[in-house]
Ligand binder design. Structure first.
Ligand code: SAM
Ligand code: SF4
Ligand code: SF4
Length: 338
C-alpha cells in the first residue's frame, strides 16, 4: 500500500481527533470566558460525529499511514461514554499508539475505564499548582486539586502520564519551578509549551511568550540537565534529563523553534472536518460525504487528496515574520483540538 505524502514530502502519521468543542474550563489562552460564554455558538449535537463515524474515519486514516491517534477536544472527558470510543479505536489493526489529552478534571473517575478500554497514555494539562494562579488562568480555584487527583488515578491505573504546561509571561512564570519540582523523580515528564497565537481571541502578543530557553535556564539553575537525543524523527518535544537521575523534562517550542518540517499531524474536528494545520483557516468536510453514503474507497481518496495538496508551515512562516494571520480567521484551538 502506498501512503500519501504532502506537498512538502511529509507523510501522514498522527491523527488528533477532537470529540467535542465544549470544555469545563476557560483557559485564557484557549477559550477566554468573555468570548466562550453562554451565547457562544458551540457545535449543534447533530453535527457531531457519532462514535461509529469516528471509528470508520479513523480506520481510513490508518490506511493512509496514521500510526498514532490522540483524542482531544475541547475537553474530551465531557463526551459521554468516551471509553466506548477508545475500545473501538484500540481494535484498529496497524494503530500503534492511542493517547488522550485532557485537563484532568474528570480523570479520577475515568482512569480505570479508559485503561480497560485500551488507552495507553494520557497527557494532562496543568499550568499551576496554586489555586490562585489556576483561577486566574482558567477560571477555577478547584481545578488543580481535581487534576492532581486525576493524575494520581491515571498513574495508579498504569497509564503512562505526561504533563503539558503552557507558560504565559506575567501570569504563571512563578509556577515553573514548583511544577517541575513536584514531578521530578515521579516518573512523569513535564513538558513546557510555548504560548501560541492559536485561534482568534486570546489576544496573543509575542511579549507574553516565555521561550523554552528561558525556562531551561531557570531549571538549570536548580538542577543540572542534559539534552537527550530524539526518540524518533519529528518528535515534538525536546527532552532533557536530570543528571541526578530524577527523570526528564520536555520543551515544545513552536514559537522559538518551529518544527513544521517534520509535521505529520492531521486533525479531525468533532464535526468531521479534516484540518491539516493547527493554524489553518478552515478544514475539509468529511461528514457530509460520509453521511451521504460514500464508500470507504471514495472517502479514502478524499483524505489522500487533501493530504497530497497540503503545504502548511504556519509556525515557520510566523518565525520568518511572514504569517498572514491578521487577514483571515483561524480555527479555534478548542475546535481543532490542540
Ligand atoms: N482540554 C484538553 C486539555 O486542556 O488538555 C484538551 C484540548 S487543549 C486545546 C490541548 C492542549 O492545547 C492543552 O495542553 C493546552 O494547554 C494547549 N493549548 C491551548 N491553547 C494554547 C495556546 N494558545 N498555546 C499553547 N498551547 C495551548
Ligand atoms: Fe479547555 Fe483545554 Fe482549552 Fe483549557 S486548553 S480551555 S482545558 S480545551
Ligand atoms: Fe504542523 Fe502547522 Fe504546527 Fe507547522 S504550524 S508544526 S504545519 S500544525
Amino acid at each position: 500500500m502506498t501512503f500519501p505524502k504532502d506537498n512538502l514530502n511529509r507523510p501522514l502519521r498522527d491523527l488528533r481527533i477532537s470529540v467535542t468543542d465544549r470544555c469545563n474550563l476557560r483557559c485564557e489562552y484557549c477559550m477566554p470566558a468573555e468570548i466562550f460564554g453562554p451565547d457562544y455558538p458551540f457545535l449543534p449535537k447533530g453535527d457531531i460525529l457519532a462514535f461509529g463515524e469516528i471509528s470508520r474515519l479513523a480506520n481510513l486514516f490508518v490506511k493512509c499511514g496514521v500510526e498514532k491517534i490522540r483524542l482531544t477536544g475541547g475537553e474530551p472527558l465531557l463526551r459521554d461514554r468516551l471509553p466506548d470510543l477508545v475500545s473501538e479505536l484500540a481494535k484498529i489493526d496497524g494503530l500503534h499508539d492511542l493517547a488522550l489529552t485532557t485537563n484532568g478534571l474528570r480523570l479520577e473517575a475515568f482512569a480505570i475505564p479508559l485503561r480497560d478500554a485500551g488507552l495507553q497514555r494520557v497527557t494532562v494539562s496543568l499550568d499551576a499548582l496554586s489555586r490562585e494562579t489556576a483561577k486566574r488562568l482558567n477560571g477555577s480555584f478547584e481545578s488543580t486539586n481535581h487534576t492532581l487527583n486525576g493524575i494520581a488515578a491515571a498513574k495508579e491505573a498504569g497509564l503512562e502520564v505526561k504533563i503539558n504546561t503552557v507558560i504565559k509571561r506575567g501570569v504563571n512564570e512563578h509556577e515553573i519551578l514548583p511544577l517541575a519540582n513536584r514531578f521530578r523523580g515521579s516518573g512523569t515528564c513535564v513538558r513546557f509549551i510555548e504560548y501560541m497565537d492559536a485561534g482568534n481571541y486570546n489576544g496573543w502578543d509575542g511579549q507574553d511568550v516565555v521561550r523554552s530557553n528561558e525556562v531551561l535556564d531557570l531549571l538549570k539553575n536548580e538542577h543540572p540537565l542534559e539534552a537527550v537525543p530524539p526518540r524518533y524523527q519529528g518528535e515534538v518535544a525536546k527532552r532533557y534529563k536530570y543528571l541526578d537521575g530524577a527523570g526528564e523534562v520536555g520543551f515544545i517550542s513552536s514559537v522559538s523553534e518551529p518544527f513544521c518540517g517534520d509535521c505529520c499531524r492531521a486533525r479531525l474536528t468533532a464535526d468531521g472536518k479534516l484540518v491539516t494545520c493547527l493554524f489553518a483557516k478552515n478544514g475539509h468536510d468529511l461528514r457530509v460525504p460520509l453521511r451521504d453514503g460514500l464508500c470507504d474507497k471514495d472517502l479514502l481518496e478524499i483524505i489522500k487528496k487533501v493530504w497530497r495538496l497540503r503545504q502548511d508551515r504556519y509556525s515557520e512562516l510566523r518565525h520568518q515574520g511572514m504569517s498572514d494571520s491578521g487577514e483571515e480567521t483561524k480555527v479555534e484551538m478548542s475546535y481543532v483540538g490542540g
